[in-house]
Design a binder for this molecule. Sequence first.
Ligand SMILES: C=CC1=C(C)c2cc3[nH]c(cc4nc(cc5[nH]c(cc1n2)c(C)c5CCC(=O)O)C(CCC(=O)O)=C4C)c(C)c3C=C
Ligand SMILES: [Fe+2]
Ligand SMILES: [Fe+2]
Length: 363
Amino acid sequence: MTTRPEAAYSHGSSPKTALLYCNLGTPDAPTPAALRRYLAQFLSDPRVVEIPRLIWLAILHGIILRVRPAKSAAKYASVWTSEGSPLKVWTEKQAKLLQGYLGERGHAVTVRYAMRYGSPSIADTLNSLRAEGATRILVLPAYPQYSGATTASVVDDVANWALRTRHLPELRFVNRYHDDPLYIAALAESVRAHWAVNGRPERLVMSFHGMPARTLALGDPYHCECLKTGRLLAESLGLSKAEYIVTFQSRFGKAKWLEPYTEPTLKKLAADGVKKVAVICPGFSADCLETLEEISMEARETFLHAGGEAFSYIPCLNDSPAGMRALTTLAERHLQGWPTLARPDAAALQMQRDLALAAGASN
Ligand SMILES: C=CC1=C(C)c2cc3[nH]c(cc4nc(cc5[nH]c(cc1n2)c(C)c5CCC(=O)O)C(CCC(=O)O)=C4C)c(C)c3C=C
Ligand SMILES: [Fe+2]
Ligand SMILES: [Fe+2]
């Protein structure tokens, strides 16, 4: 093992705490070439595609990377903004806000964001944080529900960086926040705000990113955590079992994925006479291709085409104050014991306010 060269150790530097907010990653541009680079890195991750390596690499390079980049690029082009990919724009904004909210609560913490695939990479960002003197780093993956393909893959990447690093910071990881009361309250608030404008639907469809069905039998808690988020959100909104449904989207490949699938469910709802639905994607911390194109464009079209009359999409938490407060309190909980507090009174007061808010929302 060779570690990369690092600055000489200097005595007496004060400890510094940082937070690394990690999201999935996105292509640099909505072009086939950028998509090819992004998909090659993403789909070569053995956490993401768990089929025998040699067979998979032959399929990936022989077929998928020849066909998919152009198709995906066209989809990305339909959601691309003047500032770039929505996922990156939101993730960057969330990291800035998180730094601000933590600061307001009296915490001196440097917050950065990184992407598991593409840029800025986790390794580069960890190197910069170390160069800036970070001695303790809390890694917060932007995934409310744990899965091997997402959360564990972030941990792999950090561990790979650690293998090449001599002077390691103290490291902590957030594994999940699928049942966090403030996260659920933030989702519920976004649904209520949406209903206030668009009216109540006959069904609330909660669509989560899918995973191969076999991962459930292999011990991945993702499916259970999605269902729990769905149940808690429904309880918080006072919805009966008949008024909501949890579904799984973004199936990739021919294998069976977690069911029920989102689009066929919407088709069936329309065929059964349901005229008005609202769709929320609680597993995505920020709007991205999968929500803006697959749900708000494609799934809408499917539902309306099948006889539905009103389809509304409820945006992700993005930079909403309630969502940001949930992330901030989550970070605070995981930072405990690390002396980050410049103003302990401010943090304690805010935490009390948030807990009171969550208690109010769940009543
Ligand atoms: C939120 C959790 C996610 C899980 C679980 C997940 C699993 C997973 N994804 C693929 C394949 C693709 N996903 C793609 C995009 C994408 N996936 C997530 C999140 C999860 N994926 C997000 C947030 C995004 C959007 C990224 C963006 O740039 O906006 C794509 C790329 C797009 C495309 O070509 O369709 C692929 C491919 C697999 C195989 C998988 C399961 C284990
Ligand atoms: Fe995905
Ligand atoms: Fe389950």
